[in-house]
Design a protein around this ligand. Structure first.
Ligand code: NDP
Length: 480
């Protein structure tokens, strides 16, 4: 079946088509997906500008109902759409279903936010004048989303964009178009102005680049790699377009000498290998106190070796395949790089031959690594993690902070003093205490520092900063 783009409110074939195949089994053809043309992009942007004005004038309860319907449908269909997501992205079924359910929660959260758009007021410094401060929609928002959370990441951008009265033109990752199509199909059925929401599937370097270069776009929200993020920022600034970017990390989990070691191992395994390590919040550096290093490593390696790698849709699979042949090749190149830098690959990190023709590799652990190795500085986006041995809490904190990135960091400790010091001094946008570095809530801000993020925070009420623009009104009532 050919899956079309949603252009100016119409489902249209594109200038070409691509096939989407499962990374668990490349003989499994999921579907064929239209690739939008430049003319279609222009047409949909024109319509989006008009639709945005209509949508902004909708009553708040009408907007709330739209977002609530989308959220409820996602949650009700999380088993079905989660299976589709797992089939095309490769994460185990439970993670796929969980992601779709979470995506629904973003919509229901922002449905409620539709009713909570309350401004500020003040007296002017001048007599008999009042000041009214409100937020207004920013206009047409371009959403550029990645493949690793194809439904959730898009939803935490689309839901606030719509909530605050904007139109959306969505360019999803071309490697996960089925999840994008499924979400669009739900949104398109709602009570929204024609062309308020567009789906423009196609390559990043083609239609994606043209979208971010368009002067008809008022804001660009992006999640993906640092090089693409920088390219998008340069394109957006030509039109002074507002931009917000989340670009991965090199997150560290510090395991202290007073840690509950079994808990630390569970957190490390989940954080390093959940989603096949393809998470911007993955625990890719394990900074371990020398006093418990050997015990921790023994249990970590046993847990890693015990992980069941398999087809995303098969019962019992704990880690699915890597998303693509290219990503697998990059991962294996990082394994070679780590060894050449002097790291000891103590388990995994190998291509696996499985009954299905997919992109499988075993989860790998590097020991005896130094923080300045490239494997500890570059985002690998692989089921690979490195242990860095440290002699003290102070050294652990300094290693955690010694990175160009700064999305999440975590500490495993029973000491309130250390946990508090870490929470205050870790230079990341998210800090976790006795919890994994991955896995965040939807009602509070999400984002990082350094190369991890640029622009204002996503999620929770913080999203209003990006999806709105502030208007300050001065009102003189005149004489009574
Ligand atoms: P990219 O940064 O290339 O892709 C992210 C999104 O941007 C996709 O929708 C992509 O489209 C689009 N895109 C690519 N180039 C442009 C462009 N010039 N203008 C506009 N949009 C563009 O990431 P990859 O998917 O290639 O993954 C590479 C690496 O990026 C990973 O190994 C990982 O390190 C990092 N990454 C980080 C993520 C995170 O959560 N922070 C998420 C995904 C990747 P298309 O896919 O169709 O080309």
């Amino acid at each position: 079946m050919l899956h079309k783009n949603l252009i100016a409110g119409e489902w249209l074939v594109g200038e070409s088509e691509i096939e989407n195949r499962s990374p668990s089994d490349v003989t499994d053809l999921i579907g064929v997906f239209a690739q939008a043309s430049s003319d279609q992009l222009e047409a949909t942007l024109d319509q989006a500008q008009q639709a945005q004005r209509e949508w902004a004038a909708y009553g708040m309860e009408r907007k709330q109902a739209v977002l609530m319907n989308i959220g409820n449908e996602l949650m009700a269909r999380s088993a079905e759409l989660g299976a589709l997501l797992s089939r095309e992205e490769g994460k185990p079924l439970a993670e796929g279903k969980g992601e779709v359910y979470r995506a629904g929660q973003f919509f229901t959260y922002y449905a409620a936010e539709c009713l909570r758009q309350i401004g500020e007021n003040a007296d002017s410094v001048r007599p008999n004048i009042e000041v009214d401060v409100r937020r207004e929609p920013v206009g047409v928002v371009a959403v550029i989303s990645p493949w690793n959370f194809p439904t959730a990441t898009a939803s935490w951008k689309i839901a606030p964009a719509l909530c605050y009265g904007n139109a959306v033109v969505w360019k999803p990752a071309n490697i996960t178009p089925a999840s994008a199509y499924a979400l669009t199909e739900i949104i398109a059925r709602q009570d929204i102005p024609k062309g308020l929401f567009s789906l423009v599937m196609g390559s990043g370097s083609g239609i994606g680049e043209r979208l971010v270069q368009s002067p008809k776009v008022n804001a660009v929200t992006f999640t993906g790699s640092v090089p693409v993020g920088k390219r998008i920022a340069i394109a957006a600034i030509q039109n002074l377009t507002k931009v917000q970017m989340e670009m991965g990390s090199k997150n560290a989990l510090a395991v202290m000498d007073d840690a509950d070691i079994d808990l630390a191992v569970t957190l490390a395994l989940g954080g390093a290998f959940g989603g096949t390590g393809q998470k911007c919040t993955a625990s890719s550096r394990l900074v371990v106190h020398e006093a418990i290093h050997d015990t921790f490593v023994e249990k970590l390696v046993a847990g890693t070796k015990a992980m069941k790698v398999g087809h995303a849709l098969e019962e019992g699979t704990q880690m699915g395949p890597v998303v693509s042949a290219e990503q697998l090749a990059e991962n294996l190149a990082y394994v070679d790089l780590g060894k050449s830098e002097g790291a000891e690959l103590c388990c995994g990190g190998e291509r696996l031959e499985m009954p299905h023709d997919g992109f499988y590799m075993s989860p790998g652990v590097f020991l005896n690594t130094l923080n300045d190795f490239r494997i500890n500085r570059e985002e690998m986006f692989a089921p690979l993690t490195s242990v860095i041995k440290v002699a003290s809490y102070d050294e652990a904190l300094s290693v955690v902070n010694d990175t160009n990135f700064g999305l999440t960091s975590g500490i495993v400790t029973k000491s309130l003093a250390r946990a508090t010091h870490f929470r205050r001094n870790a230079r990341t946008g998210v800090v976790t205490i006795n919890l994994p570095t991955a896995g965040t809530d939807y009602h509070v801000p999400f984002g990082g520092r350094g190369d991890s993020s640029y622009g204002s925070r996503e999620q929770g009420k913080a999203a209003a900063e990006f999806y709105t623009t502030v208007k300050t009104a001065y009102i003189s009532a005149g004489p009574v």
